[in-house]
Design a protein around this ligand. Structure first.
Ligand code: AOF
Ligand code: ZN
Length: 399
């Protein structure tokens, strides 16, 4: 199970949880292993069975060790429960139960067919790994990835408002690759009015083979959601099939509407007002921050005031190694992948050294109190406005 958990962490965060699986022979030898690589790709159990077969191994009579109870539903892929039964697996050991309405019940289904099942082994680690996914699921809202692209000094536009391009091609290509695997991309009306972005996923030419390969197939297109009350011009580039306006300033309302349309992973990318609103609402599950080695000195900051009057109230983040590393160099730029601290998902006991004692003692409630302290002066990017502190400035270096 420890190995399955390590495998799980190689997956990419989003609509689905991180799940890893190992198939053992009746004698306890590893026959194959796998992990889930994101929504629409094979589930961990199916990947592990395929791995075993590709090595010429027969899983009949063996044991499936998996970090999540096998799903019992036909979703984007088939039910793992049936795949496990068909493979002749005799025993399933899993960590956490699947409590989603759609996929739950796999262990029972297997038991009813004579497969021995044991749940709860390393359950806390599995749930810790997927803490924010579990939270988003429990709140019936999409998993939220916030993307920022800034200068070294945290600015998304120069003093004159120019913002294209702070980061280089590789970082931009990476951002487009995220767009291609989310269900929706969200920006504020301010960004749409200032920058007229398309918000589509497009191949960005880079000079390496991976970039060329990515450019050979048209990427899947996310919904394009624009949040805010100001009208989106009829000739805005974001319009067309797949466009929707979320006519609200309230983050939970916007997320509920997206969820109702089947969105399970939303990429929030602009501008600072929207970023601040999601942060203040505690609704950022993952932060992907591209940082360019550029100093601007002045210009639009990536976040507006977010209710942090003192260091102890800071929004703290923890490097997230899932999906291939918390820190990645992309050409001249750096990508940080971070998960929020202080939300009940730290204070962990996984010995990965990522516990943050300062953040662990601070709760979301403390932060809410800090936010309301400054909201009287209307400097916080709360849920009552989507306009950043500098509404006339372009808000993001995006297309
Ligand atoms: C598993 N193994 O590796 C994962 C599971 O839409 P789908 O078909 O991709 O199903 C997604 C749901 O299946 C997800 O919400 C969660 O309940 C479960 N994820 N289950 O047996 C896996 N990723
Ligand atoms: Zn499954």
């Amino acid at each position: 199970m420890e190995h399955a958990l390590e495998l799980a962490a190689q997956g990419v965060r989003g609509a689905n949880p991180l799940v890893g699986a190992v198939v053992l022979s009746p004698e306890g030898q590893v026959l194959g292993s796998g992990y889930h690589r994101g929504a629409g790709t094979p589930h961990a159990e199916v990947a592990a069975l395929a791995d075993a077969r590709s090595r010429g191994a027969d899983p009949t009579g063996g044991t499936m060790v998996v970090t999540l109870e096998p799903c019992n539903h036909q979703g984007r892929t088939g039910p793992c429960s049936a795949a496990i039964a068909e493979a002749g697996i005799r025993r399933v050991v899993f960590a956490a139960s699947d409590r989603t309405a759609q996929a739950a019940g796999g262990a029972r289904w297997l038991r009813d067919r004579g497969v021995e099942t044991d749940g709860g082994l390393r359950q806390a680690q599995s749930e810790h790994l997927n803490a924010r996914w579990l939270r988003a699921t429990a709140e019936s809202r999409p998993f939220v990835t916030l993307k920022t692209a800034s200068s070294l000094d945290g600015r998304v536009a120069a003093a004159d408002g120019t913002s294209q391009w702070i980061t280089g091609n590789k970082a931009r290509a990476d951002g487009h690759a995220i767009r291609a695997r989310v269900d929706a991309v969200l920006a504020g009306t301010g960004t749409v009015l200032a920058d007229n972005p398309r918000l589509t996923a497009r191949p960005v030419p880079t000079d390496d083979a991976a970039g060329a390969a990515a450019g050979s197939t048209p990427p899947a297109q996310p919904l394009r959601a624009v949040m805010g009350l100001r009208p989106v011009p009829q000739d805005a580039a974001v319009r067309g099939p797949g466009f929707l306006q979320l006519a609200t300033h309230d983050v939970p309302t916007a997320l509920a509407e997206l969820h109702g349309r089947g969105v399970r992973h939303v990429l929030v990318e602009g501008g600072p007002g929207i970023a601040g609103a999601f942060l203040a609402a505690g609704a950022v599950d993952e932060l992907v921050s591209y940082i360019a080695p550029v100093v601007l000195g002045e210009g639009t900051p990536m976040f507006p005031p977010v209710g942090v009057p003192t260091l102890a109230a800071a929004h703290r983040w923890i490097p997230d190694p899932a999906g291939g590393g918390a820190v990645t160099q992309l050409g001249p730029d750096v990508r940080l992948r971070l998960r929020p601290a202080g939300d009940g998902n730290d204070g962990d006991n996984d010995n990965d050294g990522d516990d943050d004692p300062a953040a662990a003692g601070r709760t979301a409630v403390d932060r809410t109190a800090a936010a309301s302290n400054t909201s009287a002066s209307n400097t916080t990017a709360g849920m009552t406005t989507d306009t950043p502190a500098t509404p006339s400035a372009p808000q993001h270096n995006q297309e």
